[in-house]
Design a protein around this ligand. Structure first.
Ligand SMILES: O=C(O)[C@@H](CO)OP(=O)(O)O
Length: 201
């Protein structure tokens, strides 16, 4: 059996300011730093074989703080832009509440949570899945099949794409799927990579 822990980065400065972030490389907020350390405390009983992260600072920093908290900073780490947040195109930098006022709540929900509608100039969840899932299959799943204990630090939407696949969610179900910041989500998988159980720690 393999254990796979997914963690969305702690609160970022732009989460705090309620701005669309995407590929903009913003830092963690002070609360985000605390969330990452608290996540580490929840993972104190885990002995990770390896970890993966996007190349964005908020995920890298979250991973570093978790590994420092549990004293496991020497494990192999692979960082790849395939795990980056969904690129939010023209929405990047805009305030989410102001954007909802301008375009309507329903339109903004579709841009934020639908499966295959692209925000203007950006990636849909489907586009994001088309880079996250091949990366998972080629770089992460081989270690799942070996029964390793693995940590992935990434983003709301890159993790939604992975969770949709792991849990075989429908497009309707993924519309309601939100992944909170700094909350470790544990999957137990069998030796063929099928999910046996999942829960937030
Ligand atoms: O702004 C973003 O890049 C993401 C994650 O914070 O936002 P959303 O909640 O719309 O997926």
């Amino acid at each position: 059996m393999s254990r796979l822990v997914l963690i969305r980065h702690g609160e970022s400065q732009w989460n705090l300011e309620n701005r669309f972030t995407g590929w903009v490389d913003v830092p963690l907020s002070p609360k985000g730093v605390e969330e990452a350390k608290a996540a580490g405390k929840k993972l104190a009983d885990f002995k990770f074989d390896r970890a993966f992260s996007s190349v964005l600072a908020r995920a890298n920093e979250t991973l570093r703080l978790v590994l420092e908290t549990i004293g496991q900073t020497t494990i192999p780490i692979e960082k790849d832009k395939a795990l980056n947040e969904r690129m939010y195109g023209e929405l990047q930098g805009l305030n989410k509440a102001e954007t909802a006022k301008k375009f309507g709540d329903e339109q903004v929900k579709i841009w934020r949570r639908s499966y295959d509608v692209r925000p203007p100039g950006g990636e849909s969840l489907k586009d994001t899945a088309e880079r996250v899932l091949p990366y998972y299959e080629s770089r992460i799943k081989p270690y799942v099949l070996k029964g390793e204990t693995i940590l992935i630090a990434a983003h709301g939407n890159s993790l939604r794409a992975l969770v949709m696949q792991l849990e075989q969610l429908t497009r309707e179900q993924v519309l309601e799927l939100n992944i909170p910041t700094g909350a470790p989500l544990l999957y137990e998988l069998d030796n063929s990579g099928q999910v046996l159980s999942h829960r937030y720690l």
